[in-house]
Design a protein around this ligand. Sequence first.
Ligand code: OGA
Ligand code: MN
Length: 328
Amino acid sequence: MTGSMDPIKIGSLTCTPLHPTFVAEITGIDFSKPVSDEQIKDVIKAQERFGVTVYRDTGLDDLGHVQFSRQLGELEHVPKFSGPKTVQRFAYSELFDAGNTDINGNIVQKGTRRWWYNKGNALWHTDSSFNQRRSKFSALLAHAVPKEGGNTNFADVRHAFRDLPEEKKAELRPLVLEHNLWHSRRVAAPEEYQAPTEYELAAKPPARHKLVQTAPDGGETLFLAAHAEYVVGWSKEDSQKLIWDLIHYCTQPQYTLSVQWHQPGDLVIWDNRQTMHTATPFSDQMEVRDMRRTTVFDDGPFAGGVPAKPIDQIHEKPVEVPAVAVPA
Ligand code: OGA
Ligand code: MN
């Protein structure tokens, strides 16, 4: 599967690989105009081929970001973790705030809940695996980047899985993982997230997905993240050992690449079905890093997790969170 690093054309796009197996920088799109349906097909092909694509200096604003993302598929809406009165920073409920500022643009202070929440992004994960209806693409747009640090690191999970010995693959194939957003928050910030609030728990109950799944190219891959708490039917201890052994295996240097953000307008799209990613440190009490993300629902055969449910029966738009605690 190791490819050449020479640029390749996918329709109107030029894709320059940044790693032998995944990640390419893409040129050929004029983001100042609506992107044609024809080009969107090329974008999706490039996405599925490379797993992670980097578009520099797009000039996109919030509206352009949301409109372009909508062309890639149906978008997730941001959950209201503080209940119905949660104040959103952006005009579009499809924009997730992955930066370090509050709704007024001030730096999120160390030790606040939001600051601890962001710590979870520094664990290797794939977005929204804790949703029963999972997501395929995430599109992260930079609005302000720090002078130093704050790269996003990526892992080629698809490639890592294919390198495993056949016996190991056979052992993993039947397994189902239970993913829980509050588990990864607890791993990253044990004291702060010992007891999530009733709104938090109601907004994001756990979800189950097969561990070994089919990648867009038809081969096998892993659907793995720090959100994974249990292998269904296993003890927590055994579950966590397997999950972290696999995360460490998949994130060895030969399977990973660090993507540097150069300027506002840089856009990185990743495929949550076949990669993992992690935020990396920067001077988060000194510098603003303003990053906004859209997340595109999966619509493939694995979209509804286990037990597989038709996706129109899964409600992943918790706009109104009931004011009752959901049993853990
Ligand atoms: C995300 C995320 C990493 C980063 O937006 O899903 O994990 O580097 N971001 O901001
Ligand atoms: Mn993420």
